[in-house]
Every structure is written in structure tokens, then in C-alpha cells.
Design a binder for this molecule. Sequence first.
Ligand SMILES: [Zn+2]
Length: 330
Amino acid sequence: MSTQGRGHGAGVARYMVVAALLTFVAPVAAQDANAWRAPFAAGQQARADGDHAAYAGEMAEVVRTMPAGHLNRPFAQYHAARGAALLADTTAAVAFLRQAWDEGIEALMISFAEFDSAFDAISDSREFRHVMGLAAEMEFSVQSLGGSVHLIRGAGSNVVAQVGGDGLLLVDTGYAPALTALRHALGGLSGGRVARLILTHPHEDHMGSAAALGAAANMLAHPGTTEAMREPYVFMEGVEMPPKSQTAYPDSEIASDTAFVSNGEEVRVAVTPAHTGADLVVYFTESRVAHFGDTYLAGNPMMFPGNEDADAFLDNLESLLDSMHPGRSS
Ligand SMILES: [Zn+2]
């Protein structure tokens, strides 16, 4: 969640894709890398003023000038679609949503349009329904990370699954509209029965399917995640999803570092409140895989203005490294 346009979702996977794109476009993009900032500011002002035409025009300019692969592109495309929808321009609105989907940096972000009254004028159109239905047809990729742990990813979601006789231990769920794709991917892993579910933090791309998957599983999360679930989910000003149903609430809360055995492997859960105040990192000690949620993104600490706590982040990273490499500083 962010109103600042920082990357919303998580993961090593996306970073790799972005890095590849940046490598490709860097010589061209370097001279204009910041050209989008002025129209973005003007667009936000127009939005605050209720000037739909200026909002739509400036945000279209942001999309035009923002370098390919930029982590803020999905936000820019979403705003541009929103502006067009406010003008009842179905073709342009759907084109921006489709572009965000095709670029795939955080494709499922477009699903917030279902909860956004800015799209009311076009929400019944065949074109809008089609683009909203893309999530139901998507497929996740499944990649072994070594040991018993697999990475399931696609369209801005990063889910980790530990396989074994106890049933699946899942870290995060991805966005709700991708539930079908996730279930399909899980079906190929030990029959797909989810025994445990850990949520790294209360952002929709990490807990979207908590209610659906958590009903039959033992769900664990930070107390701050439960708290956030009780409130409307604010994607951006004026775009809110209703509070989660009670079936989405965690069964157990993790307020301090803990460890347990799952599928014959010790799993450590570290509390790292920096990105949201309710962040967990999950470390599979035998497989040597850690899921950092959005706390640390392949080299980039990922923090949002207003939520960030750099000291807490560094402290927690230190203790996490101690946990992963006992005796490293002795
Ligand atoms: Zn997040």
C-alpha cells in the first residue's frame, strides 16, 4: 500500500526482471530518467483539484516519459487509466490497464480498479470486464529454490511454499484475483493442501487470498496485520477495499522472533517492522531460503514514506543475520 508511488509488491523475481529491463534501456533512458516527475506533480495537483482532463493528460504524459521497467510505472499507468475513466474514455482507460498488465511489473495492481469509483462510468463495458478477467487466466511459474522450498511467482506476486509430509507451509498468498492461478500451482506441490500460512505484512499483494487459503490452515502473522485487516484497505486516496472478513484473521500472532519445525525443518520467523510496522521475515534453515516480504528486495530496502523506520530495519537485519549465520561477528 502506498500513496507515494513506491513499488507496492515484493520480490526477488520482479527485481531481476526490472534489472534486465534497465540494462536494456539504460543508454536511452539516462538522459530523461526524471522527465516524468514534473507531469506527475502536476497530475497529482489536478487530481486534488478535481480537474479530470488535466489529471488524465498529465498522467498519460508520466507514462510516456517514465523509463521502461521503472518500479513506479504500474502506479503511473493506473493513474492514467483512472484519469481516462473519469472522462468516460473506455478505450484509453483499458489501454493503460492492459499496458500495465502486459509490462508485468506489478500486473495485478490493476485489480484495484474494481474497488475504485473513478471507473464507475466504464465498469460495465465489455472491454473493462475483459481486462479485469485476465487474472483468472494467468499462470504462475513454480521454481525450486533448493531443499523443500519453492518459489511461486507471477504478475507481482511472490509466494514461497515449503513441501513435505506435514502439508504445505505457505509464505504469503499474492493478490486475491490470482487465487485460481495460485491453487493451480499449489496443486502440483504435494497435492496442494496448505497446512500453515505465514503473512509477511498486511499489503494486498501478500495477503489477498488469506481468507480463502487460511480457512483450512493455521495462519500466522504479526498482530499489526490483524489490526490492519480490521480496517478498510487504502490503496490510494479515495480507493479503498472493505475490511477483511473474520475468516482472514490469523489464528496465531507473532510479536517477537520465534522458531518451529515444519516438514522436518526448523523455520525461524523474525519480526522486522520497517516496511509496514508489521513485517515478518521467514527463514528456512535447512533449505537456506529466506522470504523477506517487502523488507528487503534483492539489495534494495523497500520502505514507504511515513512507514519507514531505518533504525528498526537495520537492527532487525543485524539480528536476522546473526540468526542465519551464528557467530558471524565473533
Ligand atoms: Zn508491501
